[in-house]
Design a binder for this molecule. Structure first.
Ligand code: SAM
Length: 287
C-alpha cells in the first residue's frame, strides 16, 4: 500500500485544494512545545519538511524560495551590515545571507527543535550557516525579540510559518511596527506571505497594513512547485527610503559581483533580471 502525506487544509481559497505527496521514506516525526515536526522523502520532491501538517520546504525547490527572500532585499540595499531573520529554523535563509559580506547576522527562532532536527536530517539546507562566526542565534518569540532593537538592522527577513499557530503574531500590525522601528533609515524588510491564491485574504490586507508604515511596498512573485498546488507564491518587500523598483539591472549585477564574488556561481535561481522580474506584477496582483 502506498503511503501519502495529505497537507493540512488552510483557511481561505486553499481550504478547497489540498496537496498529497507520496511518501517514499519516513525520516522524522515528532512534536515540539510549539508544533508537529515531520520530515519525509517523496519521489518527485526529495526530502520535505512539514510543520503542523503544512509543507515548509522541499529539497527540489527550496533554493528558489531562499535565494529570492534573501538576495532581493540584500541586493536592493546599498550597503547592508546588520541582518536579521525571524523564524527560518531550517537555515535556508541564513545559508544565502551568509554569502554576503555582512558584519553581523542575527536569527530569532521560536522553536529550537526545528533547528536541531533540520541540522540533523536536512543539513543541505543550512550548509553550516548555523556555525557562522557572525551569527547570534536566539530561541524566543520573534515579536518579543525585536522589541529590544531600534534603528539597528539594515535588512530583516521574516521567514515565518503561516498565520496560524506560533506564526500568527508575525502577521499583525503591531509586529510590523516593531519591524519598522528596528530598521535603520535605509532599512528594508521582506515578509513571507503565502500563495497569490489568497490575495484578498492575506496579500492585499498585509499590503495595506505595511503601507501605513513604509513608503515603498511591493509584492515579490515566485513559482513554488511544492507549495499549495504549485501556485504562484508571494513575499512582500517593504522599504523605508529606497524604491526597489528603481534599481537598474546593471546596478544589481555590479552589487552581486562585488559582494558575492565567486559565491554567485552557487546561485541556481537568482539573477539581476529575475530580481526585477520578481517585482513585476500582473494586473490582478497589483496592490
Ligand atoms: N519556508 C517556510 C514556509 O513555507 O512557510 C517557512 C520556513 S521556517 C521553517 C518557519 C519558522 O518560523 C519555523 O521554524 C517556526 O518555528 C518559526 N516561527 C513561527 N512562529 C514564530 C515566532 N513567533 N517567532 C519566531 N519564529 C517563529
Amino acid at each position: 500500500m502506498n503511503k501519502w502525506f495529505l497537507e493540512t487544509s488552510f483557511p481561505g481559497v486553499r481550504r478547497c485544494k489540498r496537496d498529497a505527496f507520496l511518501i517514499k521514506k519516513e525520516i522524522f516525526k515528532g512534536k515540539s512545545r510549539f508544533q508537529d515536526i515531520h520530515i519525509f522523502e517523496s519521489p518527485g520532491f526529495g526530502k520535505m519538511l512539514a510543520l503542523d501538517g503544512i509543507i515548509q520546504l522541499s529539497q527540489s525547490d527550496e533554493f528558489i524560495y531562499h535565494e529570492v527572500i534573501a538576495h532581493v532585499p540584500l541586493l536592493s540595499h546599498p550597503a547592508p551590515k546588520r541582518f536579521l531573520v525571524v523564524g527560518g529554523g531550517d537555515g535556508g535563509v541564513m545559508r544565502e545571507a551568509a554569502k554576503h559580506p555582512l558584519e553581523e547576522l542575527y536569527q530569532v527562532e521560536i522553536d529550537s527543535q526545528v533547528v536541531e532536527v533540520a541540522k540533523k536530517h536536512l543539513p543541505f539546507i543550512s550548509k553550516g550557516a548555523f556555525s557562522d562566526k557572525r551569527l547570534n542565534l536566539s530561541f524566543t518569540d520573534g515579536k518579543e525579540f525585536i522589541k529590544k532593537y531600534k534603528n539597528f538592522f539594515d535588512v530583516i527577513v521574516v521567514d515565518s510559518t503561516d498565520p496560524v499557530g506560533p506564526g500568527e503574531v508575525l502577521f499583525k500590525g503591531d509586529f510590523y511596527k516593531l519591524v519598522y522601528e528596528a530598521l535603520t533609515e535605509n532599512g528594508i524588510a521582506i515578509f513571507q506571505l503565502g500563495p497569490f491564491l489568497d490575495f484578498e485574504l492575506i496579500v492585499r490586507p498585509t499590503a495595506k497594513k505595511l503601507q501605513k508604515l513604509w513608503k515603498f511596498v511591493n509584492p515579490v512573485r515566485l513559482a513554488m512547485p511544492s507549495y499549495s498546488c504549485g501556485c504562484e507564491y508571494c513575499f512582500m518587500i517593504a522599504s523605508k527610503r529606497i524604491n526597489p523598483l528603481n534599481i537598474k539591472v546593471s546596478h544589481l549585477a555590479r552589487r552581486l559581483k562585488a559582494r558575492l564574488g565567486n559565491k554567485a556561481c552557487s546561485l541556481k535561481y537568482y539573477t539581476p533580471h529575475m530580481h526585477q522580474a520578481s517585482l513585476m506584477m500582473p494586473k490582478l496582483y497589483q496592490i
